[in-house]
Design a protein around this ligand. Structure first.
Ligand code: PLP
Length: 361
């Protein structure tokens, strides 16, 4: 059997222990004689799976009791519409910060439903930094304030949160969820697609403060009303059962094998720092992001020469370091070092980059 070091931005690498456990239970889940893929979502076995996925999520992320955890579908992209449909309902207005493609898509979608103000943007420098935010420019009567916490494509991250006062802070945390502790009580709503750091594609997690579960806009589809899912414990219709099961195994792994999110953060910092330190001293490669805004999860870098970039990506793949090509909108390279990427993978990548640098002076 062969396993590569997979630096994909998503869907991305999963912990080997999780894949092995899933393989062991593939044909017969805990004596039920069925695969989790085959069983009714109303069965007692699946009820156990979804309940323990939720309780593990609450425990690992330290989610306060006045928040609902919803297991939905449609990807983070559906949340770009679901958030305004449900929350932009008092004053028809929200504030957005444009820090990349996902944040821009979220703002564009929201503008179909109301006034989606752009309070700041880092588009002028290809989203290579997080813009300074001045609270005096925020809309006092916004229904919410939206940020994309970790910018998967560009490799930036908010290291401090904007002070939005009484305006609920909403964050897309698709590519940083479970990578480090997060104070959920500072947010009104958090959402994340699973395929970066939680499990397979198909599952989207929403964590919403209960007082925000209000009346959505008229004609909001039933499936896009948060209350539909909150009132039915995410079982209004068939949920993405297998993705929820893998997510539960990933949460188990974080809790029991890693030792929780504080420990996860420590490991992630070691991995990211190793690569950043290499980039900072390299004479061939350089990071593309303002140092203080660097992401812990997505690390873009370039040589400054497109042909050399392509050569690097090709030779890396031949050495089993795969999916290092940067996003089509920025070029260069990007190493996504999510939770499941072992330290060894980053050490070996840095060794490979050192060798490549030597051979391509
Ligand atoms: C991947 C990603 C998305 C898009 O997620 P889908 O599940 O494909 O809709 C949105 N936001 C961020 C930050 C992402 O990383």
């Amino acid at each position: 059997m062969k396993r590569v070091y997979n630096f994909s931005a998503g869907p991305s690498t999963l912990p080997e222990a999780v894949l092995k456990k899933a393989a062991d239970e593939m044909l017969d889940y805990q004596g039920s004689g069925q695969s989790v893929m085959e069983m009714s979502h109303r069965s007692k076995e699946f009820d156990g799976i979804i309940k323990s996925a939720e309780s593990l999520m609450r425990e690992v992320m330290n989610i306060p009791d006045n928040y609902k955890v919803l297991f939905l579908q449609g990807g983070a992209s559906s949340q770009f519409a679901m958030v305004p449909l449900n929350l932009m309902t008092k004053n028809g207005k929200a504030d957005y910060v444009l820090t990349g493609q996902w944040a821009t898509k979220a703002q564009k979608e929201a503008s179909r439903y109301g006034e989606a103000n752009v309070v700041a943007s880092s588009k002028d420098k290809t989203f290579s930094y997080i813009p300074e935010l001045d609270p005096s420019t925020f809309s006092k009567d916004a229904d919410y304030f939206h940020i994309c916490m970790n910018n998967t494509i560009y490799g930036t991250k908010y290291h401090t949160l904007p002070d939005t006062g009484n305006v609920p802070l909403v964050a897309d945390i698709s590519s940083c969820i479970l990578s480090e502790p997060i104070d959920v009580s500072k947010f009104g709503l958090l959402y994340a697609g699973a395929q970066k750091n939680m499990g397979p594609a198909g599952l989207t997690v929403v964590i919403i403060r209960e007082d925000l579960l209000g009346e959505p806009m008229e004609k909001t589809p039933t499936m896009f009303d948060y209350r539909t899912h909150a009132d039915n414990a995410s079982l209004y219709n068939t949920p993405p059962c297998y993705s929820i099961y893998i997510c539960k195994l990933v949460l188990d792994w974080i809790k029991n094998d890693i030792g929780g999110l504080a420990k996860m953060k420590e490991i992630n910092e070691k991995k990211a720092n190793l690569l950043y330190h290499f980039l900072d001293q390299s004479k061939l490669f350089r990071g593309t992001v303002v140092a203080k805004d660097r992401s812990l999860m997505n690390i873009p870098f370039v040589t400054g020469n497109d042909e050399l970039d392509a050569k690097f990506v090709k030779e890396a793949a031949a050495n089993d370091f795969v999916n290092l090509k940067g996003h089509r909108s920025v070029g260069g390279m990007r190493a996504s070092v999510y939770n499941a990427m072992p330290m060894e993978g980053v050490e070996k990548l840095v060794a490979f980059m050192t060798e490549f640098e030597k051979n391509n002076q």
